[in-house]
Design a protein around this ligand. Structure first.
Ligand SMILES: *Cc1c(COP(=O)(O)O)cnc(C)c1O
Length: 450
């Protein structure tokens, strides 16, 4: 019988994170203080993040130990399974072997729980009583609500208005974990009130929600801020995905020709792909392929420059691919996180030609998601369906070519069924962000005086 489910024995559990920054040639550009144009020190960010996470953010150590308490909670769902998509392979009539790492087994249903637990832990270590955060499609808010609850920390989530309205069950889920949720822009912060006054019907954006969560954080002594993607420490926490997958493939004597993941802010793809970077640097033939939506083409059409992480220009400047911090995504696209920037780690991998990126339209991705559900049984998150579509493209380009494809199934789509409903009803259309919109959104990037 073909082996379908590849489980990592408990004694093979990953106990150290892998920090790819140690191996990226020329490193990752440092975050800058917008006031001075100089690299920002941990002291300045101590008001919003705990030191434990800031140390990881700045770290160039290759391996970082994972605390027991995090491993203990992770055991609810980790090691996560690696599954060979044999039924999808048959449906595609391909000789390619397709494996997927399934992160939807976490309590909140996505990979985000990996970093949420780690972030809540380091906040708890430093006596933080309350966390403020933003959430786009809702997965990060759910993950952090769960993790904060595990460590007895209060959690307030600013949820982008359009998803707050479209995904009511995400809100119930966060409430179930004990968190407080508000639609963003909200009347609770100065930025929220200002935007509501000038544009009461705005769908909101991640950039706005981040501004609100940051304002909340700096207005209170007991509160710190948590971000679910983009930052180095988040990508670090997610490296467990690729480290496990690598060991699991080894167990069946396989190695990927191509590694695929959806890129929103970049954390699940970085997590899966980074552990393969040293092999690629050592000359091994392996492609690392990030996939993004044509409605938010950060890697394929964005500028590579220093930019703010939020609308009200409160964050340090990050050197990254960006569509501009004022970018407000079109409400047309049904799937998930559409952030204007991309993780500096991913941006540096692009700069060094260690990875490549493609943008896909939403209809072909929902079609791939539905085919995956009908063959493998799991209904994928709309984000993850982009990785599935890319895996299908790779597996069918030369169907007789024996090759191994590994992709990340970053989450299940059981709370995204309204998007599938719209897809089946023919209410979704393809949408690519027009070049004029990109030029307009990126013409106001900050000028750095150094
Ligand atoms: C948030 C999310 C993503 C995108 O975020 P990354 O930081 O790029 O990983 C992808 N898939 C799922 C299921 C998510 O929840």
């Amino acid at each position: 019988m073909r082996q379908k489910h590849i489980d990592l024995p408990a004694d093979q559990q990953i106990t150290q994170w892998y920090n790819v920054i140690a191996d990226i040639p020329n490193g990752v550009e440092p975050p800058l203080d917008p006031a001075t144009g100089q690299p920002i020190g941990p002291d300045k960010m101590g008001a919003i993040f705990p030191m434990g996470l800031l140390e990881q953010e700045m770290s160039t150590e290759r391996w970082i130990g994972i605390p027991e308490e995090i491993l203990d909670i992770w055991q609810i769902w980790r090691p996560a399974p690696l599954i060979r998509a044999t039924f999808l392979e048959e449906a595609l009539k391909t000789k390619a072997k397709i494996y997927y790492k399934y992160e939807g087994v976490s309590p909140s249903g996505s990979h985000k729980t990996n970093s949420a637990v780690a972030q809540a832990y380091y906040n708890k270590q430093e006596g933080v009583k309350r966390l403020a955060t933003e959430t786009g499609a809702g997965q990060w808010g759910c993950a952090l609500s769960f993790a904060a609850q595990k460590f007895g920390i209060d959690c307030k989530v600013y949820m982008v208005r359009v998803s707050y309205d479209q995904k009511p069950y995400r809100k119930v889920m966060m409430n179930t974990y004990g968190a407080e949720i508000v639609a963003s822009p909200s009347p609770d912060t100065p930025t929220g009130r200002e935007i509501l006054a000038s544009d009461p019907d705005t769908p909101g954006s991640l950039g706005i929600a981040i501004s609100e969560a940051l304002e909340d954080t700096v207005s209170r002594e007991d509160t710190k801020y948590a971000l679910g993607s983009v930052l180095n420490h988040v990508c670090l926490h997610q490296s467990v995905i690729g480290l496990e997958a690598k060991k699991q493939l080894e167990m069946v004597g396989d190695y990927p020709d191509v590694v695929i993941g959806f890129c929103g802010g970049g954390s699940n793809f970085a997590g899966l792909a980074a552990p393969f970077v040293p092999d690629k640097l050592a000359g091994r033939q392996i492609r690392l392929l990030g996939v993004e939506p044509t409605s938010c083409p950060t890697l394929t059409k964005g500028r590579f420059a220093y930019d703010f992480g939020d609308v009200s220009q409160r964050t340090p400047l990050l050197y990254m691919y960006t569509l501009g911090h004022n970018f407000i995504p079109s409400g047309i696209h049904a799937g998930g996180l559409r952030y204007h920037g991309m993780a500096p780690v991913i941006s540096a991998l692009m700069r060094e030609n260690l990875m490549e990126a493609i943008a896909l339209q939403q209809l072909e991705c929902f079609e791939a998601g539905a085919l995956f559900a009908r063959t493998e049984g799991i209904i994928p998150a709309p984000e993850s369906s982009h990785a599935i579509r890319a895996a299908i493209i790779e597996a069918t380009r030369e169907p007789d070519k024996p090759q191994t494809i590994l992709f990340n199934l970053s989450g299940h789509g059981l709370l995204d069924l309204s998007s599938y409903e719209k897809y089946f009803a023919g209410q979704l259309v393809n949408y690519a962000l027009p070049d004029e919109a990109i030029i307009k959104a990126t013409c106001n990037l900050p000028v750095i005086n150094r």
